[in-house]
Design a protein around this ligand. Structure first.
Ligand code: TEU
Length: 536
């Protein structure tokens, strides 16, 4: 079912698919995915049923942070192809009802961007004030470890960077900088791009002297300006990455009048298996009761105003099937369970490449990792006295390269991803986890996602229904009910590898089962069993 994308708010009925282009499909044999590779797989995505692709950055970049360090906002990086390839991708995708959503990295650029190279000449450069310079650093740390300030000896000044030193922060207080960014966004709108994902958008209004990195005082003003000058009145979809968003902020950012963004990615559910006060590397078991509480809070909180994005995976997160499911014996069941849990909710779902195959985490040796964050972690934690094994354990569980291994298309060499040497090792389990096998098996995780996507499109209760937890204190079962115009939808998910006693609550005994990951049998819940029941 194709959506009418000329209507504001079309994205409320959409399902998006994130592509990490470096790892999707190589066509040149250089070991790196490219745009022509994506074009060659559009039929696969159309078959899955998605409405848009969020494409991680493909602009020109030295690739220190895999494209999140942009050196030209209006050109394609040669490793991915050309501007003409991008135009063809937009066109070919559109033919299949698929929009291209670009990843905008507006908080920082690359230290190789001509703006920064010129700024380094000193205060007389017209680009000097595009960046944040100080005579001395303060104690702020960067997200990737180490100080958030780097010294430039020629100027005897320090510049601010919330991420790697090769990613200098842009100074949003400068209206000329903002204007320059808006022009590059228009460039892509004019090319037919139908939306944007805005990288770390809640960090653009930083005020480092006051130790403010997230949710700075001028954030809302900048979002309104962005929307007024570039996004609105086009019916674009815009989703802001906002690690610091609570429900109140998310309502503000995703104002229904279109004056800000369509929605944000919030991360409250993502941090729940992190030790309180620790870093993401310090892991505790997932408290299911908390997970339910957080989802319910967001479902109910954005019901009357604002809009949810629904995701469990992205290119920065470990694979959820390995994290909250079971990537051994119950890989297929638990992947379907997690998908069912998420896709029954109100909001716009995002599927991350390979999630529809239940691709898993990978365990690499230290020297096989690529991610700048992982390398910094080894540097910093070894210095603090951690053993290499301890660090590796954290990286195996949480490292970003878990999500970035090449897409598994076949059981053949390099999983059909490349004929060359892949930039990151291919997971050996491609021998049985791959697209070819998934398409040949009617019970595969792929078809489960395809069905979930179809259900959302045909039944308004998914978009409109309210949300009530069933048995909120149950620490093994995640169940909830959606109500809408006298109709009811029950979603029930067993988060454990045990068989649990459970009975369909009244009045659902008479309900129709819409989707399930086991053959129907209403007594108890089998390991990772999940189902949706509908009563009209
Ligand atoms: O990520 C923002 C961010 O702060 C985290 O996702 C962070 O990278 C991770 O949790 C560290 O553990 C965005 C992009 O999604 C990410 O790929 C980029 O590296 C980062 O911004 C910088 O652009």
């Amino acid at each position: 079912m194709r959506l009418d994308k000329t209507k504001q708010g079309w994205w409320k009925d959409a399902v998006f698919y994130q592509i990490y282009p470096k790892s999707f499909q190589d066509t040149t044999g250089n070991g790196t995915g490219d745009l022509r590779g994506i074009i060659s797989r559009l039929d696969y995505l159309e078959n899955l049923g998605i409405d848009g692709i969020w494409l991680s950055p493909v602009c020109r970049s030295p690739q220190v942070d895999n494209g999140y360090d942009i050196s030209d906002y209006c050109d394609i990086d040669p490793i991915y192809g050309t501007l003409a390839d991008m135009e063809e991708l937009i066109r070919e995708a559109k033919k299949r009802g698929i929009s291209i959503i670009l990843d905008l990295v507006l908080n920082h650029c690359s230290d190789q961007h001509p703006w920064f190279l010129d700024a380094k000449k000193g205060p007389e450069s017209p680009y000097y004030d595009y960046f944040i310079w100080r005579d001395a650093p303060n104690d702020l740390d960067s997200v990737f470890g180490g100080s958030a300030w780097t010294y430039v000896p020629e100027l005897n000044k320090w510049y601010f960077h919330q991420f790697a030193p090769q990613q200098p922060d842009l100074n949003w207080e400068n209206p000329r900088l903002r204007q320059a960014l808006y022009e590059s966004i228009r460039f892509w709108v004019d090319k037919g791009v139908e939306g944007f994902r805005l990288d770390v958008i809640d960090q653009i209004a930083k005020e480092p002297d006051r130790h403010i990195t997230i949710n700075g005082p001028r954030l809302d003003e900048y979002l309104r300006e962005l929307s007024a000058k570039v996004f609105h009145p086009e019916p674009l979809v815009t989703v802001g990455e906002a690690w610091g968003a609570d429900v109140e902020r998310a309502k503000l950012h995703s104002a229904p009048d279109g004056s800000r963004l369509s929605m944000v990615f919030q991360f409250q559910h993502i941090g729940l298996d992190q030790a309180p006060g620790g870093a993401k590397w310090d892991i505790v078991p997932l408290p299911l009761v908390e997970l339910k509480r957080v989802f319910a809070h967001w479902q109910q909180g954005l019901r009357s105003s604002g809009w949810n994005s629904l995701f469990l995976n992205n290119h920065d997160l470990p694979r959820t099937v390995s994290r909250w499911g079971n990537d051994g014996q119950y890989r297929v069941e638990s992947a379907k369970m997690l998908a069912t849990m998420l896709h029954g909710m109100a909001g716009t779902p995002y599927i991350y490449q390979g999630e529809e195959l239940a691709m898993t985490n990978i365990r690499l040796r230290r020297d096989q990792y690529d991610d700048v964050e992982t390398h910094n972690l080894f540097r910093d934690r070894l210095a603090l006295g951690y053993s290499e094994e301890e660090i590796l354990r954290s990286v195996h569980a949480r490292g970003r390269d878990n999500a970035r291994t090449p897409m598994q298309w076949t059981d053949g060499e390099n999983a059909g991803f490349t004929t060359g040497k892949p930039w990151l090792p291919v997971n050996e389990n491609h021998s049985f986890i791959n697209v070819e096998a998934a398409l040949a098996d009617p019970d595969s995780v792929f078809y489960h996602y395809q069905k979930l996507i179809r259900l959302r499109k045909t039944m308004p209760i998914f978009r409109e229904g309210d949300f009530t937890l069933v048995d909120p204190e149950n620490s093994k079962i995640f169940a909830y009910i959606r109500h809408w115009e006298g109709k009811q939808l029950l979603v029930v998910c067993n988060f454990t590898a045990e068989t649990l006693a459970w009975e369909l609550p009244q009045p659902f005994q008479a309900a129709r089962c819409l989707i399930a990951n086991y053959p129907q049998d209403c007594s108890g819940l089998r390991p990772y069993e999940a189902a949706m029941y509908y009563l009209d």
